[in-house]
Design a protein around this ligand. Structure first.
Ligand code: TUI
Length: 315
């Protein structure tokens, strides 16, 4: 049996990405009910919000689901405590090093799965006792590292013994198959789940993803040390202009603060931050979470059934 499915008690090794301001109990419960791993994104929310979402998720599904802690959040400490108090069974972490929380969570029976953008951090996480890692390439939406999924996954797989879950740029069953070929034992999908019927992001945000083509995302904020991939709009043009003009990091961060909420909750996709991965170009329709998971599985199976027939040249 697949190590990720066995460890987490799920049917398919498909994680739903933790989109801040977006991934609440509704999408998490739907993905878990469909056999994947739904994940509630704590993002920049306070502890009470998370507690409420965990309870709502438990009311909707008896299947396992996870919580993601965004370590840059001012509420990270409080979120870490709620994870303990609510006995959350699976935690993923993003945008930092979770080592200081890991022991307490694991002593409480929580499986800890950090998101990492490099081999060095992946090694550190394994040494710190992580149960698995999600390796995220810079094709992903939101806060990203430097390397692509294609080069990062095999290098982390070679360096670690714990299971690796691939993330960033995995838009359909072909990406799923490729991830398995690279040695990953599971995938994480964010952008495509934005279009799930159960995803409560603003409709303007969904429409922006549906309309996006292959070159319609851009990474802003490389100069601040926190690069973020979003759909190109007025906000990204102004941000990049300010970066070019050498505007201070403090001013840039102030300009960016709140922009994700403006887009995701209020539907301001012009001056808000529409975070999405490069697969936005191939995410063209709204479906249920179940249909999305079924598509990945069906396409994966079709490809795998072709087996060595995929090699139609002499070796
Ligand atoms: O975390 C993400 N994606 C995100 S977080 C987010 S919300 C946000 N809010 C304010 C500023 C920036 C983002 C939107 N999207 N993905 C996982 C991820 N983690 N990508 C990269 C990393 C990462 C980066 C550095 C993980 C660890 C790390 O460690 C640095 C160190 O050594 O402490």
């Amino acid at each position: 049996m697949n190590r990720v499915c066995e460890m987490l008690g799920i049917q398919y090794p498909i994680f739903q990405g933790a989109m801040a301001w977006i991934a609440n109990h509704a999408i998490a419960a739907a993905v878990s009910e469909a056999g994947g791993l739904g994940i509630i994104a704590a993002g920049n929310a306070p502890g009470d919000w998370l507690r409420d979402e965990i309870r709502k998720c438990r009311a909707k599904t008896s299947k396992p689901f996870g919580v993601n802690i965004m370590l840059l959040s001012p509420y990270a400490h409080e979120i870490a405590d709620v994870i303990l108090e609510e006995n959350v069974s699976i935690v993923t972490t993003g945008a930092g090093n979770p080592a200081k929380y890991m022991k307490a969570w694991q002593e409480n029976g929580t499986k800890v799965i950090p998101l990492v953008p490099s081999v060095a951090l992946a090694r550190r996480m394994e040494q710190a006792g992580a149960d698995a890692v999600v390796v995220e390439g810079c094709e992903a939406g939101g806060h990203i590292g430097e390397l692509t999924t294609m080069v990062l996954v095999p290098q982390v797989v070679d360096a670690l013994k714990i299971p690796v879950i691939a993330a960033g740029g995995i838009g359909d069953g072909r990406g799923f198959a490729a991830s398995l070929m690279l040695g990953a034992e599971g995938i994480q999908v964010g952008t495509r789940f934005l279009l799930a019927n159960e995803c409560e992001v603003h409709q303007n945000y969904k429409d922006k993803i549906i309309k996006a083509g292959d070159t319609d995302t851009v990474a802003t904020g490389r100069s601040t040390g926190h690069p973020v991939r979003t759909i190109k709009n007025k906000m990204t043009r102004e941000f990049l202009k300010m970066e070019k003009e050498g505007v201070s990091i403090e001013e840039l961060e102030k300009f960016g603060a709140g922009a994700l909420k403006n887009a995701a909750v209020d539907g301001d996709v012009t001056t808000g931050s529409v975070m999405a991965g490069q697969i936005a170009g191939m995410c063209n329709k709204e479906q249920s979470a179940q249909e999305i998971i079924n598509d990945y599985l069906t396409e994966l199976k079709q490809l795998m059934d072709k087996g060595s027939a995929l090699i139609d040249f002499e070796i």
